[in-house]
Design a protein around this ligand. Structure first.
Ligand SMILES: *Cc1c(COP(=O)(O)O)cnc(C)c1O
Length: 370
């Protein structure tokens, strides 16, 4: 292959031979969507795999965020992080909620619990936090603040598929957590997502909301939306679930290899594993200290690109810098110094289950021989 390009990720795909009989079965059943057989099977299997009692499948990872806010009747202002994928904040915007950005913790890149209380106003109704790169937020402290002020907590867990702390799923934290099963994520259903809640009533309400609000043939309980996952992607998801643990282990090996090589390079900072955490190695961010490394983040990023190594600057620019949000008081850079510093220094290296040792060698040699 000429001009081989090393991409930041590569999708986990089930084998086509395994997939075809499932398709034949769907063709035979002629039931394509609306809580079909494979949809129900995938919800059951995901509950088991993720160790959670209630899960609702969605057609992507953005609609569960939007529906979570609807289900919890969140209004006014929500405290959130500028260091995430834009969908996190867009879900607030689509609900007419004002996002209030709070700076991040430089160690985890997650919202800094020390800075949350100062951002609370009488209009605050919830905290929307993100387990960035699948690294768990400080869930205990966030819950303590939420309890003190009577706030709901929603976790955007799009990066955190399968992540556990001391054997417990992090999806148990807060009132609702959401997942994305987009093709670029650790576990994918091509497009897809899910919402995790903690009681049957909420699950029921969510399932109504994702189906236009229908609670029966003629009953609409709320202005719902269409967020349903179809049978084809549910079947694909069942097959992918069987190989996701092995894929996470392959990612783990990549992370070990990367870290061993990169720890020794002055000016390159990597994230280490956290005690008691089962990580999913969804991303491999490095942080470039231009002065110590002798080259800026962007210089390294474009140098990699010249060699067909496509890292990604996740998350640059910050959400608070986009035109929709930058006029907000809380979006001012002076309130978000850590987030800006991190966003200006990060590159996510190629990280996936099938990254070859040769590709890793090439990537590492570019970073070493600057
Ligand atoms: C991928 C992602 C989403 C959105 O998921 P989609 O399935 O692409 O709609 C939301 N939040 C974060 C943090 C993400 O990385």
């Amino acid at each position: 292959m000429e001009n081989k390009v090393i991409t930041v990720t590569s999708p986990l795909l089930p084998s086509l031979d395994d997939f075809l009989p499932y398709m034949q079965d769907i063709w035979d059943r002629k039931w394509l969507t609306n809580n079909g057989y494979y949809h129900q099977e995938l919800e059951k299997s995901l509950c088991e795999y993720l160790k959670v009692p209630y899960i609702s499948l969605f057609t992507n990872g953005t609609l569960p965020l939007i529906c979570a806010l609807q289900a919890l009747r969140i209004t006014g202002e929500v405290i959130t992080t500028p260091y995430s994928f834009v969908a996190t904040t867009h879900s607030l915007w689509w609900n007419g909620i004002k996002p209030v950005f709070v700076d991040i913790d430089p160690m985890t890149c997650n919202i800094d619990p020390d800075k949350i209380e100062a951002a609370i106003t009488p209009k605050t109704t919830a905290i929307m936090a993100v387990h960035v790169y699948g690294k768990p937020c400080d869930m205990e402290r966030i819950q303590a603040i939420a309890d003190k002020y009577g706030l709901k907590v929603i976790y955007d867990a799009a990066h955190a598929f399968g992540v556990e702390v001391n054997g417990k799923s992090i999806l148990e934290a807060g009132d609702i957590s959401t997942l994305s099963f987009h093709a670029t994520k650790v576990y994918n259903t091509i497009e897809g997502g899910a919402l995790v809640c903690h009681d049957e009533n909420t699950k029921k309400r969510i399932d109504y909301l994702k189906n236009f609000g229908f609670a029966g043939e003629t009953t609409i309980i709320a202005p719902g939306i269409n967020g349903k996952m179809d049978e084809v992607r549910a079947a694909y998801g069942l097959l992918n679930l069987k190989q996701v643990s092995a894929a996470i282990e392959s990612r783990h090996q990549v992370a070990v290899r990367y870290r061993e090589a990169l720890r020794e390079i002055p000016g390159i900072h990597v994230m280490e594993d956290m005690l008691g955490v089962r990580h999913n190695y969804s991303y491999f961010p490095i942080f470039v200290d231009a002065e110590r490394y002798g080259m800026s983040r962007d210089e390294l990023y474009f140098k990699m690109k010249e060699s067909n190594v496509l890292g990604r600057r996740y998350f640059y620019p910050l959400i608070s810098e986009f035109s929709t949000y930058r006029g907000l008081e809380s979006a001012k850079p002076e309130y978000l110094p850590v987030a800006h510093k991190v966003a200006d220094s990060v590159i996510c290296l190629p990280m996936h289950h099938a990254l070859s040792p040769d590709d890793m060698n090439l990537i590492l040699s570019i970073i070493k021989n600057k």
